[in-house]
Ligand binder design. Sequence first.
Ligand SMILES: [Zn+2]
Length: 72
Amino acid sequence: MIKMMLCREATRLMSKRLDAPLGLGERLSLRLHLGMCRPCRHCNAQFDVLHRVGHHFDAEPNADKSDNAPRS
Ligand SMILES: [Zn+2]
């Protein structure tokens, strides 16, 4: 019998997924857990938002390095 993944492990995979694609086993385990665990689904949605925001900033590498916008 497959052991239910811990929420801590699921969260680790959600975070890891932002940096690198998960393996097939990891993806399936995470999907299975998200199907049964509402708090983790919510957490996963938050990760997705963070991921999108991160990409938005990556798309404009000069935005916060401009000489016209001193920060100090
Ligand atoms: Zn969970």
